[in-house]
Design a protein around this ligand. Structure first.
Ligand code: NAD
Ligand code: DAU
Length: 332
């Protein structure tokens, strides 16, 4: 049994990880989360109080972080500003949390010699052509496009430097697009599902030819536990489940699964600098650490996700109008 400190554990993927840890291990967890607009205490509802506690605070608060590191056997670092569209309108919080926040955690890991796993994204590698036979590997050069992805790239480089210069015991994972329960309604899949529930037409950026490599959040969690358990210090592991789909296909599938006509959506103005395609080659994680994803059927996983949003309107409804008003103010 170990005690884990999980930063950003009230967000989408962090809360899925905490649920996974409670269901699959006997570890205890402290969540450190600032509860920004993206964090939601309700995502941790129902978890055993004697195994999970929530500390509301900022990962850039060095004093608080220092106290929490004293009790942690390992730290899993999810906290971030995570939405590309927001980073195009107000980049500053991305620098504060993704760069300064990660730096603060690394300094604490160095002081306390604490094992740290840093959660990152495939977006640090930039994008691929639609017909490029290559996928991202651990050797692909960094080439981020947005303020979000460039700050995530910066945070990865800080981790690498703290490993090499100070011997910090850290690993990094770069994962592709996650879907599943507890994802904020600003993001593509939950936005379209909740639009349909509300009688609003889904919104597709540009022509919808952009490709994302979808993985269920629970598979991301099992991969992170595998890396914590068996990963080699200083190594980077790419996490993906061979789930490439273009956005048009995904929006049409959501409409079909929700009993609507598959063409009942609007094309809206494209995202500035919109990455065309992400695709992950996760061979290293699979062959060296023996991980495999459980969710092989995207349509079944998407249907279960739609069902979750239908059953949990009280979880997402408070954010929905504000998100749509924000997108409307940007011309959608
Ligand atoms: P999210 O926006 O849903 O959650 C982020 C969480 O971090 C929120 O609970 C928020 O309150 C918290 N947070 C933000 N700033 C903080 C701060 N300064 N101090 C403490 N807590 C703070 O994000 P997500 O989609 O769950 O992403 C989690 C991590 O996974 C991020 O590092 C992201 O880069 C990475 N990632 C996401 C995806 C994806 O598809 N969503 C894919 C690969 C990697
Ligand atoms: O690849 C991993 C990344 O995936 C993570 O690092 C990010 O934190 C996460 O937000 C996600 O980034 P994307 O920009 O790919 O996700 P998003 O859900 O914002 O958009 C997915 C695709 O859908 C993208 O091509 C833009 C498009 N889109 C998005 C929205 C919100 C639409 O067509 N319509 C929309 O309304």
């Amino acid at each position: 049994m170990a005690h884990l400190l999980v930063t950003g554990g009230a967000g989408f993927i962090g809360s899925n990880f905490v649920h996974h840890v409670i269901g699959h291990t006997d570890h205890t967890v402290t969540v450190l989360d600032k509860l920004t607009y993206a964090g939601n205490e309700a995502s941790l509802a129902g978890l055993p109080e004697d195994r999970v506690d929530l500390v509301v605070g900022d990962i850039a608060d060095a004093e608080l972080v220092d106290t929490l590191f004293q009790k942690a056997d390992a730290v899993v670092h999810y906290a971030a500003e995570s939405h590309n569209d927001n980073s195009l309108h107000d980049p500053r919080p991305f620098l504060d949390t993704n760069i300064i926040g990660t730096y603060t955690l690394l300094e604490a890991a160095r002081r306390h010699d604490t094992r740290l796993h840093h959660i990152s994204t495939d977006e640090v590698y930039g994008d691929l052509e639609l017909d490029d036979p290559a996928r991202f590997t651990e050797h692909t050069p960094y080439n981020p496009s947005s303020p979000y992805s460039s700050t995530k790239a910066g945070s990865d480089l800080l981790v690498r430097a703290w490993v090499r210069s100070f011997g910090v015991r850290a690993t990094i994972s770069n994962c592709s697009n996650n879907y599943g329960p507890y994802q904020h309604v600003e993001k593509f899949i939950p936005r379209q599902i909740t639009n349909v529930i509300r009688g609003i037409r889904p919104k597709l950026y540009g022509k919808g030819e952009n490709v994302r490599d979808w993985i269920h959040a629970d598979d991301h969690s099992s991969a992170v536990l595998t890396i914590l358990d068996k990963g080699e210090i200083g190594e980077t592991y790419l996490i993906g489940a061979d789930g490439e789909k273009d956005n048009k296909t995904v929006v049409e599938l959501i409409l079909e699964l929700m009993g609507q006509s598959p063409d009942a959506y609007d094309h809206v103005t494209d995202r500035a600098g919109h990455d065309l395609r992400y695709a992950i080659d996760s061979t290293k994680l699979r062959t060296e650490l023996g991980w495999t994803p459980s969710y092989q059927d995207f349509e079944a996983g998407l249907a279960a996700t739609i069902d979750w949003y239908r059953r949990n309107e009280a979880w997402w409804a408070p954010a929905k109008d504000g998100v749509e008003a924000f997108y409307a103010s940007k011309g959608q």
